[in-house]
Design a protein around this ligand. Structure first.
Ligand SMILES: C[S@@+](CC[C@H](N)C(=O)[O-])C[C@H]1O[C@@H](n2cnc3c(N)ncnc32)[C@H](O)[C@@H]1O
Length: 302
């Protein structure tokens, strides 16, 4: 007897289960799953990509390569960076679509071939699907292909962070400079204490609400990322690592600094700074210069 066809919800749940169990490597079952993935995941992926790519604002790249591009959610963000030629490498033929300026290669990027040299190389939610050894081998080949910048985005889970940390360490060993979210190449201050990640609010569509069963009109996509470049960028900034604690009389920020994770405290009498810090959120940057002027700077190691 023929097996009953899965519903859209069942496809989504099957994909989610594989991701939760770190079994994404098994791939997609059929084209219905590809459609379910595209519809269900694209809004969150795009929102996270938008946040990550905001760190590259003002830069331009002529060529880009994405390894494991899925349905090509990165396309508008790459176009915002004025990329003229994009190469998408994806093993699932069903994701392939016509897009201006895109060369689509349906192939397994673990196979032995040279990645096309590109100004920017992107891994968006794909590096973590590989074994630890494959991650490093693939990254090595990506480094060889990169003329300028590598961007890696992963889910904001412990597994995603561990993949990122491995990649960050390897990029630093290979003389890359870290441009975001940290502005230093010292050890990640979160290592061994938690995981560095950020969050972006995504509006839930009707389809999402049906599947999640809840009534909330939004969800928070947790992600972690690294942007590394062959060129240094001297930004004297610290990144805010958690939601700032804003009270009537003080603001406390948990910051990523080259000397580790530190708490900075600004009291309300420091009016101008208090006002500007009040507008800052998790994942945003503050200039290290501004903070050196705060008399009530706390040098606590968290
Ligand atoms: C979680 S999806 C992310 C898709 C897309 N980058 C995005 O952000 O929406 C990971 C994609 O990487 C692809 N992928 C994983 N390993 C691959 C490999 N070895 N060769 C080619 N594609 C691969 C998968 O088929 C899948 O489409």
């Amino acid at each position: 007897m023929e097996k009953p066809k899965k519903t859209f919800k069942e496809h989504v749940l099957a994909i989610q289960k594989r991701y939760r169990n770190l079994e994404a490597k098994e791939g997609f079952e059929n084209t219905k799953e590809l459609e379910a993935y595209t519809l269900f995941r694209t809004p969150a992926t795009e929102a996270a990509l938008k946040k990550v790519f905001s760190h590259l604002e003002g830069k331009t790249f002529k060529t880009a390569l994405e390894l494991g591009c899925g349905p090509g959610s990165s396309y508008p963000h790459l176009k915002d960076l004025f990329v003229e030629k994009i190469v998408y490498i994806e093993k699932e033929e069903g994701f392939r679509r016509e897009m201006e300026g895109v060369t689509w290669m349906t192939r397994n990027f673990l196979d032995d071939f040279l990645y096309p040299p590109s100004d920017l190389v992107l891994f968006s939610y794909s590096l973590g699907e590989l074994s630890n050894k494959e991650q490093i081998d693939t990254l090595f080949r990506a480094i060889e292909a990169t003329k300028d910048t590598i961007v890696i985005l992963e889910p904001g889970t412990m597994h995603g962070y561990e993949s990122l940390l491995r990649a960050r360490d390897f990029l630093i060993q290979n003389n890359f400079f870290i441009h975001a979210p940290c502005f230093h190449t010292k050890e990640c201050p979160k290592k061994g204490k938690g995981w560095c990640h950020f969050s972006v609010r995504v509006e839930r569509s009707r389809v999402h609400r049906q599947i999640k069963g809840g009534t909330l009109g939004y969800e928070d996509e947790k992600y972690c990322f690294v942007i590394a470049s062959k060129k240094p960028e001297n930004k004297n900034c610290f990144t805010i690592l958690d939601t700032p604690k804003v009270e009537k009389h003080r603001i406390r920020l948990n910051l990523c600094t080259p000397d580790g994770e530190k708490i900075f405290e600004c009291k309300a009498h420091n009016r101008e700074l208090f006002k500007s810090l009040k507008k800052k959120g998790w994942g945003e940057m503050v200039s290290s210069g501004i903070l050196s002027g705060v008399d009530d700077y706390k040098n606590d190691q968290v």
